[in-house]
Design a binder for this molecule. Structure first.
Ligand code: AMP
Length: 408
């Protein structure tokens, strides 16, 4: 089964074409600056290292997806003879509110339900919906699946997801913790169980997705019981440019002192805060570590604050689960940054976490990082969000085909 995975951001679009028989990547690419001057598509075939780059105006997601289809059909750098070869499309969708706890085959009522969630993710859900609409128009009849960032965390119990504000805010407006990076946390749990050769239902795991956006999850017996992001991806850890947890009074105080509206404050907290805000230099950990090594104290402070917050959540989740079997890292920082992993795991021996300094040098590969005698295993599992989306898509489409065959 050939599955096209589409991940639409507000001005960008990532895609991958996978053959699910062998879970093999066939082609992938990125469209940038959709709706902005200088739109560009970069397309790659998995078998060659050649990149095909085309700069051409793309005013909306439909035009961008048309260029993706053209690239896939190109006799020079394409992978398909006809779009009929695409058996299914998997769409990443950020927010499903409480409507879906699992991936779902897209139909009109799913689209309507996702429109109702726009309030909860005004930046993310509209481009996701644009991508779905465009694909339904360009390749009608091809089954499509929505895979949600929030779905995996729908197993959280009310004591984990409710904020201590008037209960009516939850009942009337849906204000609660939803959690994000669900496909990534789910993937880490599954792969970690395979690496440990233990059934996921017998494991207590803490999964750390540390990238530009970052979140930690407590996964008990295969189910997410808590996660650090909240109503939106702003809560929780300190991130590249996001503040993470803070006293809500700060919002009104910043509005007053900076003489800006509350929406601009939220923009500051999303885009000018985190390690960028503290260091004043960069949101990229490579820049920060270089600056720290050159003696920049604020860069060092930003890294320490980041690590401390991750440790905080690890400690909290060990308490919540009454122990942990394995700690898993992923994301750009989690996969590559040995310095940060060491900072996070240092001085946690009494909690059973013993990092092996040599094994911790692993970069971008699946590996065990803890000492052989560490009671808690520490591992790195590179993220593969597109593969998870493609797996969920092919499984659901097969299931729905089987059911319709049985019923016919
Ligand atoms: P992501 O959002 O998962 O793509 O992660 C992006 C972030 O990963 C970058 O902003 C960097 O902070 C971090 N990163 C990527 N490669 C490295 C590396 N080799 N060392 C340290 N940090 C890295």
């Amino acid at each position: 089964m050939l599955v096209l995975v589409i991940n639409c951001g507000s001005s960008s679009l990532k895609y991958q074409l996978l053959d699910m028989k062998k879970e093999k990547l066939i082609a992938k690419g990125l469209v940038e600056r959709i709706g902005i001057e200088g739109s560009v598509i970069t397309h790659e075939l998995a078998e060659t290292d050649d990149k095909y780059v085309l700069e051409t105006p793309m005013t909306n997601h439909k035009e961008a997806i048309q260029h993706v289809m053209d690239a896939l059909l190109s006799p020079d750098h394409g992978a398909l003879k006809s779009l009929d070869e695409i058996n299914a499309v998997g769409h990443r969708v950020v927010h499903a509110g409480e409507k879906y706890a699992n991936s779902v085959i897209i139909n009109d009522s799913v689209v309507d339900a996702l429109k109702e969630c726009i309030d909860l993710a005004p930046l993310h859900n509209p481009p996701n919906l644009d991508g779905i609409k465009a694909c339904r128009e360009l390749i009608p009849g091809v089954p499509m699946v929505a895979v949600f960032d929030t779905a995996f965390h729908q197993t959280m119990r009310p004591e984990a997801y409710l904020y201590a504000i008037p209960y009516e805010a939850y009942e009337d407006y849906g204000i609660r913790k939803y959690g994000f990076h669900g496909t990534s946390h789910k993937y880490m749990a599954k792969e970690a169980a395979e690496m440990l050769n233990i059934d996921v239902n017998d494991l207590k795991l803490i999964t750390c997705h540390l990238g530009n956006g970052a979140s930690v999850s407590a996964i008990k017996h295969g189910r997410s019981i808590d996660t650090s992001m909240g109503l939106t991806p702003l809560e929780g850890l300190v991130m590249g440019t996001r503040c993470g947890d803070l006293d809500p009074t700060i919002v009104s105080m910043l509005a007053e002192k900076m003489e800006i509206g509350h929406e601009e404050v939220i923009e500051v907290l999303n885009k000018k805060s985190g390690v960028l805000g503290i260091s004043g230099i960069s949101s990229d950990f490579r820049d920060l570590e270089k600056a720290m090594n050159d003696g920049n104290k604020r860069a060092e402070l930003a890294l320490k604050i980041f690590a401390r917050k991750v440790r905080f959540y690890i400690g909290a989740y060990i308490a919540e689960m009454n122990g942990v079997d394995a700690l898993v890292f992923t994301g750009g920082i989690g996969e590559n940054d040995a310095y940060m992993r060491n900072l996070i795991c240092s001085n946690m021996g009494n909690l059973g976490i013993k990092l092996d300094k040599h094994k911790n040098q692993a970069r971008g590969i699946q590996a065990m990082l803890s000492t052989d005698d560490s009671p808690v295993k520490v591992m790195v599992i590179p993220a593969n969000e597109e593969l998870v989306i493609a797996r969920e898509t092919s499984e659901l489409v097969k299931k729905s085909r089987d059911t319709s065959h049985k019923n016919s």
